[in-house]
Design a protein around this ligand. Structure first.
Ligand code: GLA
Length: 336
């Protein structure tokens, strides 16, 4: 008898975005970090199907290697596995388990972590950027949501102790050291993300419509260039993108200079822009941001990720907040 295939272990972190939301799809700037909550896939290659069981799910993911329509797969979590199989087309199957320390569906990119870990377990070879591009396509096929590359790239390219300044047009990743005296807290609003798919796509279309009139928004530095937009909704959507790109630049500089007060102020401005101009906040997120921002030792707080529910991220002095998750900037996905 031949030896069994060796056991493969693939680990992929979730991410929290410190600033720069709804900019990745326009080739703009984002500043996420991979976190020390992660998804692990363990198993052996072989056979002609991918079979994964999860302690958190009652039904396994069972995916044939020739899967054509990942979005139709049941149960729901298996779609992300199917999306990866459809994009990677591994020559052999895999049998194993999935476990995670990430809260699922909270806006910390549990689906991106699952996709990235599955791709590595199934044998992906290539750069972190290549891994992110493949799993971004997997997510789009699985969920039908035209997401950007931030979540998958943060998971694939994370650097311990650093946030990642990502230019989503040229796809460059520049690690920015987090000041050692800064803590990052993530607190759930108590609201599951709602309407995230359809409203996300609608926002993306609005930004594209604004770009068709103005020019690519990543090239706009002066908001007066947006005055040509007669439609006030398009104007506000575009103003969010232009001002958010500027805030990401300023935030990266503030972090590098160790100026947490400025960084916190930029987070507050980002939240206001997401609330008023991009309209992806909720009353629960607004109340949480307000309450956390008022606590002593909190420099700033904002919704993080797509919005419509989910989590708030806060930048604080050590020990300032006792609730939610204390997350540390972590290295990116790997196979061990
Ligand atoms: C989701 C998407 C990302 C990004 C954020 C908003 O997390 O998957 O690509 O667009 O929303 O910044």
């Amino acid at each position: 008898m031949s030896d069994p295939e060796p056991v493969v272990v693939a680990v992929a972190p979730g991410r929290v975005n410190l600033i720069g939301d709804h900019t990745d799809t326009t080739g703009g700037l984002v500043l996420p970090m991979a976190i020390d909550l992660a998804t692990t896939v363990t198993g052996r290659r072989g056979g002609d199907r991918v079979v994964l069981t999860s302690a958190d799910e009652s039904d396994p993911a069972v995916v044939t290697l020739d899967i054509a329509d990942p979005a139709s797969v049941q149960p729901g979590w298996a779609r992300y596995v199917a999306g990866v199989v459809a994009e990677l087309r591994p020559p052999v199957g895999f049998t194993g388990t999935v476990s995670t320390t990430l809260p699922v569906g909270a806006g910390l990119s549990s689906s991106a972590a699952l996709e990235v870990a599955v791709a590595l377990a199934l044998g992906f070879e290539g750069t972190p950027l290549g891994l992110a591009q493949l799993t971004q396509r997997s997510e789009q096929r699985a969920s039908g949501v035209p997401c950007g590359i931030m979540d998958q790239l943060a998971s694939a390219a994370g650097v311990e102790g650093h946030a990642l300044l990502i230019d989503c047009h040229v796809l460059s990743v520049s690690p920015v050291a987090l000041p050692p005296e800064a803590e990052v807290r993530v607190v759930h609003s108590g609201e599951a993300r709602q309407l995230a798919g359809s409203a996300y796509a609608e926002r993306r279309e609005a930004v594209e419509a604004a770009e068709a009139v103005v020019r690519p928004l990543r090239l706009v530095r002066d908001v007066t260039a947006l005055d040509v937009l007669d439609d006030r909704v398009l104007f506000r959507r575009a103003r969010h993108v232009v001002t958010e790109n500027a805030r990401v630049r300023a935030f990266a500089e503030a972090l590098a200079a160790g100026d947490l007060a400025i960084a916190g102020r930029l987070m507050a401005e980002s939240h206001a822009s997401l609330r008023d101009d991009f309209e992806v906040s909720t009353p629960a997120l607004d109340r949480l941001v307000e309450r956390l921002s008022a606590a002593p030792g909190v420099h700033g707080a904002r919704l993080t990720g797509a919005g419509f529910g989910g989590c708030v991220v806060a930048l604080t002095d050590p020990g300032a907040l006792g609730e939610g998750w204390l997350v540390r900037a972590s290295r990116g996905a790997r196979r061990t």
